[in-house]
Design a protein around this ligand. Structure first.
Ligand SMILES: *[C@@H]1O[C@H](CO)[C@@H](O)[C@H](O)[C@H]1NC(C)=O
Ligand SMILES: *[C@@H]1O[C@H](CO)[C@@H](O)[C@H](O)[C@H]1NC(C)=O
Ligand SMILES: *[C@@H]1O[C@H](CO)[C@@H](O)[C@H](O)[C@H]1NC(C)=O
Length: 481
């Protein structure tokens, strides 16, 4: 009998991996031996919501221009500078959850029994190095990406943030530890730029707010009609068992020289996820050798289907339930404008909130993107239209990776020909929207820069009529028990 080579590394509390020297040597051998998946190669772009931010953003974040988000240049006759930034940010790259960590060991055991060791020695000798009690904690890559994001946003809005007191920033997190870890790392990056030195952690204050950042747990109608409803995910389960995914399974079995009935299509998806997680944490993974790029593209669509129905346009309640969050964003911007208008009359005032950063989940950012009407394909994503959806807008690897972010920047605009002794009653305010640091047109606006009042009007139903209790009211029989 062959021995199962898998075992869980001794799990540690911190998101660091403890390794014996032989495990370390094994990883080094692996790194040297595997060249088919360097972090620069393209297959890495297809990990759906498990894609680390850097894998999709490296090209647009290398050339950083100081203050590049600070001025508006496309508003004629007005001179506009940023007064406030308001962002919702998904937590950074994390480790796989316990279910997946345990399940991949089961799959490995199954394979070790069935395969010949020399068919794929790296996979045969694979050791599960994920901490088993990590509670979906941020990996060090996740901390790095949040710190880099904080630092980059602080540079892109340098003049707005520099020399600001930290009381003029607000940080909000959900009750999940990984959002707090993300906020701390982000703050470290931001404060280092703002102060020009390492921050004083004492200045860092966060508010925990699940009503705004984990509404998907609190909205009963969403929980019973989508979250706990298998039928709501039927396009996803149908595609999971489609000929496309079955073909990947059969190809994998052939590569391993095992019978076709050993792996399931669910195993195929797990292998794909572990390939992504391991590459993110340990730079490479022998599981990736079972997948070609064309397979990744199919499994990416499987992920997109899941999130389209769970966190996107698939069901109206999914985006409707995010109204308290969108409402809060506009409330904070409304307040900022009021405070700017009063501050300018009264030099004694302490100022206003220049940065509002809320850290949530894919289940927070996805519904928000849909509530805003972004990346809305004219045809729904279905199990049967993979080919037609090749150029879909709702591509989660690009819109919902780890650390994905939705950022509104509010600008105050005054006439360009504005003399020092002239009085203006009220400035004009403009808004710009950035998704993953790329400017995107606000649906309904003509230009990238859009008058604040116009945008507020476009989202009128969220700003003025957000009644969470009513939207989420459940007439489901179970609730009356
Ligand atoms: C479950 O989802 C299906 C498809 O969206 C829907 O028709 C059905 O009403 C849902 N069930 C419940 C209990 O909401
Ligand atoms: C998404 O697009 C569809 C089709 O164009 C449209 O009917 C729907 O109202 C849009 N959804 C949202 C939330 O904007
Ligand atoms: C919730 O729905 C029930 C019956 O479906 C209704 O009696 C109740 O008034 C509703 N509550 C709210 C806050 O809309």
């Amino acid at each position: 009998m062959k021995m199962a080579a898998s075992c869980l590394a001794v799990a540690v509390n911190k998101p660091h991996i403890s390794m014996t020297p032989s495990q370390l040597l094994f990883i080094i051998v692996l790194l040297v031996g595997t060249t088919n998946l360097s972090t620069a190669s393209s297959p890495l772009k297809h990990f759906s919501t498990k894609t680390p931010y850097a894998w999709i953003t490296s090209s647009k974040t290398t050339e950083l221009v100081d203050d590049e988000m600070y001025h508006l240049t496309d508003v004629e006759g007005l001179s506009c500078s940023a007064v406030h930034a308001n962002a919702v940010i998904r937590h950074g790259s994390r480790f796989p959850g316990l279910d997946d960590v345990l399940e991949i060991s089961n799959v490995h055991e199954k394979l070790v029994v069935a395969m010949e060791p020399d068919v794929n020695p790296e996979l045969y000798n694979w050791v599960n190095n994920f901490p088993s009690n990590n509670n979906k904690a941020l990996s060090s890559l996740g901390e790095e990406e949040q710190e880099a994001l904080g630092s980059r946003l602080a540079k892109k809005l340098h003049t707005l943030f520099s020399d600001e007191d930290f009381s003029n920033f607000k940080f909000m997190v959900s009750s999940a530890e990984r959002t707090k870890q993300s906020a701390s790392a982000f703050f470290e990056g931001l404060s280092t730029v703002v102060q020009g030195e390492e921050d004083d952690a004492d200045d860092f204050d966060v508010e925990v707010n699940d009503e705004l950042l984990r509404f998907f747990d609190l909205c009963k109608k969403y929980v019973y009609s989508v979250g706990n409803n298998k039928t709501a995910m039927k396009e996803y389960t149908t595609f999971m068992n489609s000929h496309q995914v079955v073909k990947i399974k059969d190809k994998m079995s052939e590569k391993l020289g095992i019978s076709k009935d050993i792996l399931t299509t669910a195993n195929v998806r797990l292998i794909y996820l572990i390939c992504g997680y391991e590459t993110a944490s340990f730079k490479s993974s022998p599981w990736c050798s079972l997948l070609d790029e064309e397979d990744m593209v199919i499994l990416e669509y499987l992920g997109d289907l899941k999130h389209y129905y769970k966190n996107g346009y698939g069901h109206d309640i999914t985006w409707q339930q995010s109204c308290p969050l969108l409402n809060e964003m506009f409330y904070v911007m409304d307040e900022t404008i009021v405070e700017i208008e009063t501050t300018e009359d009264d030099e004694e005032m302490d100022g206003f909130i220049v940065g509002h950063f809320a850290f949530g989940h894919a289940e927070t950012v996805g519904p928000l993107l849909s509530a805003l009407g972004l990346f809305n394909d004219s045809e729904p994503l279905l199990a049967g239209n993979f080919e037609q959806q090749e150029k879909r807008l709702f591509r989660t690897s690009e819109i919902l990776p780890f650390s994905s972010n939705v950022l509104f920047v509010l600008y105050e605009c005054v006439p360009e020909e504005f003399g020092e002794d002239e009085e203006i009653d009220e400035a004009d305010y403009y808004l710009r929207l950035f998704v993953n640091e790329v400017p995107v047109k606000i649906p309904g606006c003509e230009e990238l820069s859009c008058p604040y009042k116009t945008v507020r009007g476009l989202y009128h139903s969220f700003v003025e009529e957000c009644d969470f209790k009513k939207i989420c009211n459940s007439s489901h029989p179970k609730d009356e028990l």
